[in-house]
Design a protein around this ligand. Structure first.
Ligand SMILES: *[C@@H]1O[C@H](CO)[C@@H](O)[C@H](O)[C@H]1NC(C)=O
Ligand SMILES: *[C@@H]1O[C@H](CO)[C@@H](O)[C@H](O)[C@H]1NC(C)=O
Ligand SMILES: *[C@@H]1O[C@H](CO)[C@@H](O)[C@H](O)[C@H]1NC(C)=O
Ligand SMILES: *[C@@H]1O[C@H](CO)[C@@H](O)[C@H](O)[C@H]1NC(C)=O
Ligand SMILES: *[C@@H]1O[C@H](CO)[C@@H](O)[C@H](O)[C@H]1NC(C)=O
Length: 421
């Protein structure tokens, strides 16, 4: 599994180095234009971790392609200067859990204009739809003429990585929208719940989701007290973080299908965190909505990190305890649901809506849902921004962000098993 993932990853890289050029020229000439998208594929991963695509077909009567209008602008990204250097760095990180210095080439691609409210709104709708089958209640119609009645490949027992692929009609831009946690949080559920929870706890907890002794840990790195074995954590993430590996496979498949296209990755919640990690890896524009802090997971995975990650944009609001990293502690709603969402720092730039101050919202896990964000935050002008001549809050890096500060992450020389009772 690890080996096949790795070769998939390499071919993905190859593709990302050899492609991306064709569509770019055209897009750069119009640095602030609008794009129209349509749904192209559903993607889902079977239990055997095979990536399945199913083509979406427009409804028979409809020939029109109206759908999303999304504003774009050019964005600086970084790609490793050579494939060999990147492959070396990634091998070091997989085999030896080390970060290696890399040369990065600066590049400019056409990304979403994250200063446009409509654009954030449309992308948010695409992330919502990643949870659903077209036509299922809650699906945001992305153009009335599109109606897909089609038993596309989400087999009932598929329990992994899911989402949709949207593309412009000329294939110049393709958006990969990744599903987040289907979960117990909001009383939902579904076949992916168990794997989602495992991934959440592995990626976003300080030390294997050990909240107290009653918890079943997701890895075995706890050393007693507030001590946690750093090497052990990194190893377990690399081995077990299935979704990240599957994501790289998916990206691989996408660059194979759309070798000339400009690819963006978006997602909500866990999907947003995964989008961001893929964006760091491949240097593609990302919009992540209400994502838990993923900086720690990226560090633990030793993803080669470019000098700048301004092509990654987070959008979240202050009443969401998951995005804010405040949904922790034995009695929090996350803990009660079996989730240890302890991380709080995000990569790239963050567009933060202060709903606590301006809408007087109480901090509540129910505000985390994407529909809430679409309907109550993004669907109407945001007064504090409008007041200063903007459409959305200014995107800023999260400086001086601290997380998991009470833990001691050491390179503990002892074998962990001897320490844990
Ligand atoms: C790329 O852009 C340049 C300058 O705008 C133009 O001269 C050239 O023909 C373009 N190349 C392609 C392949 O479109
Ligand atoms: C779209 O699908 C829904 C549910 O499958 C159906 O009720 C509706 O009539 C369809 N709309 C069109 C325009 O075909
Ligand atoms: C867009 O990509 C799809 C999938 O690879 C392909 O079938 C289609 O012909 C492409 N369309 C254009 C206009 O290039
Ligand atoms: C998609 O990925 C899977 C798993 O890596 C691979 O077996 C398959 O050939 C890929 N398909 C395409 C079209 O790249
Ligand atoms: C929300 O922001 C607007 C514009 O800045 C301001 O006029 C209004 O008083 C704010 N509301 C609250 C409750 O702070």
């Amino acid at each position: 599994m690890l080996l096949s993932t790795w070769s998939g990853f390499l071919s993905a890289l190859l593709a990302s180095f050899t492609s991306h050029r064709g569509g770019e020229n055209a897009s750069l000439s119009s640095s602030s234009s609008a794009l129209q998208f349509e749904l192209r594929h559903y993607h889902a991963v079977s239990p055997a971790a095979q990536v399945l695509f199913h083509d979406a077909r427009p409804h028979a009567q409809s020939l029109s392609h109206t759908s999303h209008t999304i504003r774009t602008r050019s964005v600086k990204t970084h790609r490793p200067s050579t494939l060999a250097a990147f492959a070396h760095a990634r091998t070091r990180s997989i085999r030896f859990a080390e970060s290696v210095y890399l040369d990065w080439d600066e590049d400019e691609v056409q990304g979403p204009n994250i200063e446009s409210r409509e654009t954030l709104l449309e992308l948010a709708k695409m992330t919502n739809d990643a949870y659903l089958s077209p036509g299922e209640s809650g699906w945001y119609d992305l153009g009335n003429e599109w109606n897909v009645s089609y038993p596309f490949g989400w087999e009932p027992d598929a329990d992994g990585f899911r989402g949709h692929v949207f593309a412009t009609s000329d294939n110049s831009t393709v958006v990969l929208s990744i599903k987040g946690t289907s979960a117990g949080f909001l009383g939902g559920g579904g076949p992916t719940t168990k794997k989602d929870k495992f991934n959440d706890n592995l990626l976003f907890s300080c030390c294997c989701a050990r909240i107290d002794w009653t918890w079943t840990v997701v890895c075995d790195c706890y050393l007693g007290g507030w001590k946690c074995d750093k090497n052990c954590l990194e190893e377990s993430l690399i081995e077990e973080s299935l979704f990240y590996s599957i994501g790289t496979n998916l990206y691989n498949n996408l660059t194979y299908m759309y070798p000339e296209s400009n690819i963006w990755v978006i997602g909500h919640s866990l999907g947003g965190a995964l989008a961001s990690m893929l964006g760091v890896t491949f240097g593609v524009p990302v919009v992540a909505i209400e994502s838990p802090g993923e900086k720690m997971a990226a560090r633990r995975l030793h993803l080669p990190t470019p000098p700048e990650v301004q092509h990654i944009t987070h959008v979240y609001h202050t009443a969401d305890p998951i995005a804010m990293g405040t949904c922790n502690g034995v009695l929090s709603s996350c803990a009660l649901g079996g989730y240890a969402m302890e991380s709080r720092c995000h990569l790239g730039l963050s567009v933060v809506y202060d709903t606590v101050s301006n809408l007087s919202w109480a901090v509540d896990i129910r505000t985390h849902g994407i529909v809430n964000v679409i309907e109550k935050v993004l669907s109407q002008p945001w007064p504090p921004s409008v007041g200063v001549g903007r459409e959305v809050p200014e995107a800023k890096p999260e400086e001086d962000c601290v997380e998991c500060y009470s833990w001691d992450f050491g390179d503990h020389p002892f074998k962990k098993k001897e320490m844990v009772l």
